[in-house]
Structure formats: structure tokens, C-alpha cells
Design a protein around this ligand. Structure first.
Ligand SMILES: *Cc1c(COP(=O)(O)O)cnc(C)c1O
Length: 230
């Protein structure tokens, strides 16, 4: 079932790539496996899937222990500074860096392991109070500061758009994040690339891809509804 769902989503991703004249394979589909068992991840892994998204440090670490080591783990949820040490050498990309304090902690832990941590800066484009992420106006100063940290590489930006019934309602938000990435790119800041735009979820990834997304984070459409009460 999850394989079938994944393949259907993959096809829709490819459709959107074609519609928006993007190259096939431009967009990475991240299977968001939070709350789902390792066995479901394994099913997709055996079908060739390598990119998985988790939003909790402990859950990611538990799954990391029991699953193949060539999985690319994406941390997409809020990250507390005191938990950076648990994931720093396990995670492929941290999508949710939203403060200089967190970046400093990542720098410290990455330096200890002598690695360079790949990160995205999370932007709360829609300015929803319930959401994490920087205000649009804060992004350039903070990117400029983080860029000075030698054990961090900024790869781009991420946003979590509002939950909407019609994906068209989020088009403006995706456009804004894309424009911000273009503005940053023009500044040619050392150590900063804007190759990655992580935007789009089950309800709106088609529109996000049309607006320039390079990574979509899809949970429900692949694994089904989540049950948080188990
Ligand atoms: C849960 C989650 C997703 C996936 O959401 P779906 O609507 O289930 O596709 C994407 N991004 C983040 C940050 C999430 O927490």
C-alpha cells in the first residue's frame, strides 16, 4: 500500500515538474514517516526510497538505529539546542534552523565531529503565530551571520505553509519564499547556496513545485493519516 501511494505521489511530482518546465528529477520527494513504524520505512527502502523526513529527534534516532545507514534523514521539525548533539552525525539535512542560537549550537557539535552540517533556514512566510520560522525580514541578516560559521553550510530555505483546503491559497507564499531565495542568491554570500527550496506537503506540493520547490515533504498521501494517540 505505501509503495503504491509513493508511486502515485511520485507520478504527480513528475507531472508538476513537466507542467512547470522543470527537469525530471529536479524535485526530491521526501517521505515524511513521523509516527509511522520502521517497518513501513523499510518497505519503501526496499523499493529504492532513501529520503525520509522526521520531526522529532528521539523518534529519528530510534529509527536510525534499526534501519539501513544509507537512508538520508531529513529533520523537518523544530530542533531544540540541547538535542543537536543526538542528530548531528545522523542527519542528512536539517530543514528547521530558525535562530542564530541554534546555528551556534550546530556549529559547536559539528566542529566536535569534524563535519560540515547541511542546513536550511526556516521562514514563517505566512506569519502564522503557531508556527516556527523566521519572519521574512529577519532572514538576510541571520543568513549572513550563519554563513560565517565554518562547520555549517546553508543550502537554501524551507517553509511550512498553512493548512488549506485549496492549494492555490498557498501559491503566494511559495512565490515569496522563491523570491527571497533569489534575493539572497544575488548577494553571493560566501558559504551560502540557495539550491534547495523545501516547500510543499500532501495538500499543496503541486503548486509548490510550480513555484520552484526542489524538495517536497509528503506524509499523509504516502503513509495515510497519522494517529497521535497511540
Ligand atoms: C508532518 C509534516 C509534513 C508532512 O505533512 P503531510 O500533510 O502529512 O504531507 C511536512 N512538513 C513538516 C514540517 C511536517 O511536520
Amino acid at each position: 500500500m505505501v509503495i503504491q501511494n509513493y508511486n502515485e505521489v511520485k507520478k504527480l511530482v513528475e507531472n508538476s515538474e513537466a507542467i512547470s518546465k522543470r527537469n525530471q528529477g529536479d524535485v526530491t520527494l521526501i517521505a515524511v514517516s513521523k509516527t509511522k513504524p520502521a517497518s513501513s520505512i523499510e518497505e519503501l527502502y526496499n523499493a529504492g526510497v532513501r529520503d525520509f523526513g522526521e520531526n522529532k529527534v528521539q523518534e529519528m534516532c530510534e529509527k536510525y538505529e534499526v534501519l539501513p545507514k544509507d537512508i538520508r534523514w531529513h529533520l523537518i521539525g523544530h530542533l531544540q539546542t540541547n538535542k543537536v548533539k543526538y542528530i548531528i552525525d545522523k542527519v542528512h539535512l536539517i530543514h528547521s534552523v530558525d535562530s542564530i542560537k541554534l546555528a551556534n549550537q550546530i556549529e559547536k557539535e559539528a566542529a566536535k565531529k569534524n563535519i560540515v552540517a547541511n542546513i536550511l533556514v526556516e521562514v514563517n512566510v505566512a506569519r502564522e503565530e503557531s508556527k516556527f520560522g523566521l519572519d521574512t525580514l529577519e532572514v538576510i541578516p541571520i543568513v549572513t551571520d550563519i554563513a560565517k560559521l565554518p562547520h555549517i553550510k546553508i543550502n537554501g530555505l524551507m517553509t511550512v505553509a498553512p493548512f488549506v483546503d485549496d492549494p492555490e491559497k498557498n501559491r503566494g507564499i511559495f512565490k515569496k519564499l522563491k523570491q527571497l531565495s533569489v534575493d539572497i542568491d544575488k548577494k553571493n554570500i560566501d558559504n551560502v547556496s540557495m539550491n534547495v527550496l523545501s516547500m510543499g506537503m500532501s495538500g499543496d506540493f503541486n503548486v509548490a513545485i510550480e513555484e520552484g520547490s526542489t524538495m517536497v515533504r509528503v506524509g499523509t498521501s504516502i503513509f495515510g493519516e497519522r494517529n497521535y494517540n497511540r
